[in-house]
Design a protein around this ligand. Structure first.
Ligand code: SF4
Ligand code: SF4
Length: 224
């Protein structure tokens, strides 16, 4: 899921300084889980904006505002209010904000209420763990399911740097060295031979941005 944090309220109000009538859009998936764009956050945001002299004309929470069909349905349902609106504040990740902008036929100013941090796993206790940097060439199959691109501070692909100290990372001594974790896991599986295979450098051309990714014959394909 995509992890977001709320921007400071002062920054949000400043971004809305030229607009009085505001419409709020939340997110029923990731931003609800992060408590940055669910029902409660929309209610709190409305109160804060009203305290700052704004008028909140309405709000909606598409399940996933990053999906065009869902955001279009919600925008169509609220068209009457949106015609009166001066700016839309989106309580979701950067994808949600841009999806609202791209699908808003009225061309309203669309502003973000959150900072988008990363993609992450969520455990049963609700903690978030950044584990994948979406590099486009997954090596988990040879690193025992532990991602060196994300968990190694230097993104090393062929074993540890010289700075590892007692199993900890030289960049952050609170953290385990990713390559020590990989070694231990491969040792457990009797697969240490995997480490003898030299990994080529990443082909960064594969992650030139923005990528356009399409679905052809039920297969995802990156066109860049
Ligand atoms: S190697 Fe790491 S960053 Fe790349 S796709 Fe796999 S998990 Fe994600
Ligand atoms: S100590 Fe380990 S995790 Fe830290 S930068 Fe070096 S190889 Fe990467």
């Amino acid at each position: 899921m995509i992890i977001t944090e709320a921007k400071p309220i002062g920054e949000i109000i400043d971004s809305l300084k030229d607009y009085k009538k505001i419409f709020l859009i939340g997110c029923g998936e990731c931003a609800t889980t992060c408590k940055t764009g669910g029902k409660d956050e929309l209610v709190k945001m409305q109160q804060e904006l009203e305290k700052a002299g704004k008028v909140v004309l309405g709000s909606c929470i598409p399940d996933a505002p990053c999906i065009a069909s869902q955001v279009k349905t919600e925008l169509a349902k609220n068209m009457k209010l949106l015609r009166e609106t001066e700016a839309v504040l989106v309580l979701a990740c950067g994808l949600g904000v841009q999806s609202v902008k791209d699908n808003d036929r009225l061309g309203l100013p669309v502003l973000p209420s959150c900072n988008t941090l990363c993609g992450a796993l969520v455990d049963a206790a609700g903690n978030f763990y950044e584990k994948c940097s979406m590099c486009g060439e997954c090596v988990l199959g040879i690193t025992a399911g532990i991602c060196p691109v994300t968990l190694c501070a230097k993104n090393l692909l062929n074993g540890p740097c010289g700075g590892m100290n007692k199993g900890k990372c030289e960049v952050d001594s609170e953290k385990d060295c990713a390559w020590v974790l990989i070694y231990k896991e491969l040792e457990k599986r009797k697969k240490l031979d995997e480490l003898k295979k030299v990994q080529p450098p990443k082909d960064h051309k594969k992650t030139l941005k923005p990528r356009k990714i399409i679905m052809t014959n039920d297969k995802i394909q990156s066109t860049k």
